[in-house]
Ligand binder design. Structure first.
Ligand SMILES: CSCCC(=O)C(=O)COP(=O)(O)O
Ligand SMILES: [Zn+2]
Length: 207
């Protein structure tokens, strides 16, 4: 448990805890995996990020840490090990919320398409902010690393303003949006899209 005295941080912690409980109920935050953040200030960049190593289905409003644009803690507690990538994504994309989960489908799809997951002609693309029909949408995939600066560089190299997600191979998925609800909607659609695309791809054995 961490201590928060800042009312804005405490409120953000309550929002993050409620949101994390939803992802945990989907089985997307197993075994302490996953982390969430919201931007509290833009200049300089300040984010409220979930604390590291906790069961994300059981967070309280105090389980949040204020971090700077490099992911360094500015309040008591240990921020997510991935806080620096949250900060990089928020800085580059302009997002107000960044979410990271360990759901299965996007990571499995990244195994099949390590250079980017192709999505095409699916109604759920609208929930990802793209047209249902027309151009192929390619979700970027980057290699996993324990070095958040390396992950951040790889994210930025493949960033497109119209594609609000990143899959880290053999790890998990990041999605972002103006707020936590929009980030969740995008992530839920991406999970559906990658599951459908993977399970209907020619040569895929039916699970
Ligand atoms: C079994 S979770 C491994 C670490 C991870 O990938 C993750 O998402 C959770 O890290 P945090 O430091 O935010 O608890
Ligand atoms: Zn992770």
């Amino acid at each position: 448990m961490t201590a928060t005295t800042d009312p804005d941080l405490h409120l953000a912690g309550a929002l993050l805890a409620a949101e994390a409980a939803r992802y945990a109920a989907l089985g997307w935050m197993r075994g302490t995996s996953g982390n969430l953040s919201v931007v509290l200030d833009r200049d300089p960049l300040r984010l409220a990020v979930t604390a590291s190593g906790l069961d994300k289905g059981e967070l309280g409003p105090e389980d949040v840490v204020l971090v700077d644009g490099a992911g360094a803690a500015l309040s008591p507690g240990t921020p997510s090990a991935e806080a620096a990538l949250h900060a990089r994504i928020a800085a580059v994309s302009g997002a107000g919320a960044v979410v990271h989960v360990h759901s299965h489908a996007p990571v499995a799809a990244a195994e099949r398409w390590p250079s980017g997951i192709p999505l095409r002609d699916l109604e759920m693309l609208k929930g990802f902010g793209r047209a249902a029909h027309g151009d192929e949408v390619v979700v970027p995939v980057v290699a996993n690393s324990q070095d958040m600066r390396e992950l951040g560089e790889a994210f930025e190299a493949g960033f497109r303003p119209d594609t609000p997600a990143l899959v880290v191979a053999r790890h998990g998925t990041y999605a972002w949006g103006a707020d936590l609800a929009q980030a969740r909607h995008r992530l839920e659609c991406l999970d559906w899209l990658t599951h459908f695309t993977l399970t209907t791809a020619p040569g895929t054995a039916t699970p």
